[in-house]
Design a protein around this ligand. Structure first.
Ligand code: GTP
Ligand code: ZN
Length: 360
């Protein structure tokens, strides 16, 4: 045991820094880079970054496509920040909220030369901090000295960032009698990397050696708690629990991957874009995200930790079945979960069927 933080712990610190608008120093190869999230960057900090070198704006290829910028690095584009551009210019390039109101922003010049590794890591960090996937990146020669001089988090780049699924461990479980079954128990799982906790609701005492009726439910604050009519999450949550109650056994994982893994603030940005006429998939792309940013390995890991290896999975999403199988769990049956369609979410459900392969 060492007092020095591990890379996983430094990652958690870096995420918190970026959310507050504090830059983070990356070190790798012969040099390094100072990065800051586009969404939280203040004007004074941008000026400090300019004093260090030539800042560029890292955007995903998805966002670059909307801005008609070339993504020379494949999955991302490194945009030249004009000298006169301030923090507001950077925020507008990252955030599509005003794209339609100001369609003439740009042209955006993308860099072709140089290394994209720091930009790629910066975007991955911004995503894992549930911020817009855009970051300002300045290459520097002596990252260690710089981080020390300013008290910034120094993150060594080792392999891909952020680390593949952080180990989860169960913190506690307790009995919670539920309306659907008095034999309810809530388990809390905590990832090692300081990210959100996830929950498992166990109904009855499902035998570990038999296939268990299971649901991997992704958090939806608006649908689950507020009764939003824009999606079908609330009715799906309640129907899954009701079926487990009726059968006397089951396990519902409540995965805190709000908005298909982009976080509530970004999901609300997506909702605003949907009010401008874009569908659920197009809205994610305009924000710079993929259609689905969830990591379902977390669900597989929790099921395994609870002793389950075979499931009857409540879902309409074949990708979830495929992913669980890839993670070594046997899906013996897909149990459809068709509830909650209403006039507000009919188009949303149709888009999921057409573009994301959901079964109607
Ligand atoms: N980004 C984004 N997320 C959304 C939107 N509407 C709902 N969500 C989120 O989507 C997640 C639920 O995913 P769904 O695509 O409805 O369903 P699924 O989990 O893939 O499949 P099922 O197992 O059949 O429910 C929840 O995390 C919701 O918060 C939206 O318009 N944009
Ligand atoms: Zn929902």
């Amino acid at each position: 045991m060492s007092l020095t933080p591990t890379q996983t712990e430094l990652l958690a610190r870096a995420r918190a820094d970026l959310r507050m608008g504090v830059p983070v120093v990356l070190a790798g190869g012969a040099g390094g880079a100072v990065i800051a999230a586009a969404e939280t960057l203040a004007q004074e900090r941008l000026e400090d970054l300019r004093a260090l070198g030539r800042p560029e704006l890292a955007l995903t290829a998805r966002r670059a496509a909307t801005l008609k910028a070339r993504a020379y690095d494949g999955d991302l584009a490194r945009i030249v920040i004009p000298e006169e551009a301030g923090a507001a210019w950077i925020a507008a390039a990252a955030d599509p909220a005003d794209d339609l109101a100001h369609p003439l922003m740009g042209p955006f010049i993308a860099r072709r030369e140089g290394e994209a590794g720091f930009a790629r890591a910066a975007i991955a960090l911004a995503k894992s901090a549930r911020l817009l996937p855009a970051a300002v990146v300045v290459e520097v020669e002596a990252p260690g000295e710089l981080a020390h001089a300013h008290g910034l988090t120094l993150l060594p780049l080792e392999g891909s960032l952020p680390a593949a699924t952080a180990g989860l461990s169960e913190v506690v479980s307790a009995r919670v009698p539920l309306a659907v079954s008095e034999a309810g128990r809530l388990h809390v799982f905590r990832p090692e990397d300081g990210s959100e906790e996830h929950y498992a609701v166990e109904i009855g005492a499902p035998p570990r050696e038999a296939p268990v009726l299971a649901r991997l439910h992704s958090a939806c604050f608006t649908g689950d708690l507020l009764g939003s009519l824009k999606c079908d999450c609330g009715p799906q949550l309640r129907a899954a629990l009701a079926q487990m109650g009726a059968e006397g056994a089951g396990v519902l994982l409540y995965l805190n991957q709000e908005g298909r893994g982009i976080g509530l603030a970004n999901k609300m940005r997506a909702y605003s874009l949907q009010d401008q006429g874009f569908d659920t998939v197009e809205a994610n792309h305009r924000l710079g995200f993929e259609d689905d940013e969830r990591d379902f390995r977390i669900g597989a890991e929790i099921l395994r930790a609870m002793g389950f290896s075979r499931v009857r999975l409540l879902t309409n999403n074949p990708a979830k079945v495929a992913m669980l199988e890839r993670c070594g769990l046997k899906v013996v049956e897909r149990v459809p979960l068709k509830v909650g369609e209403n006039p507000h979410n009919a188009a949303y459900l149709a888009t999921k069927a057409k573009k994301s392969g959901h079964l109607l």
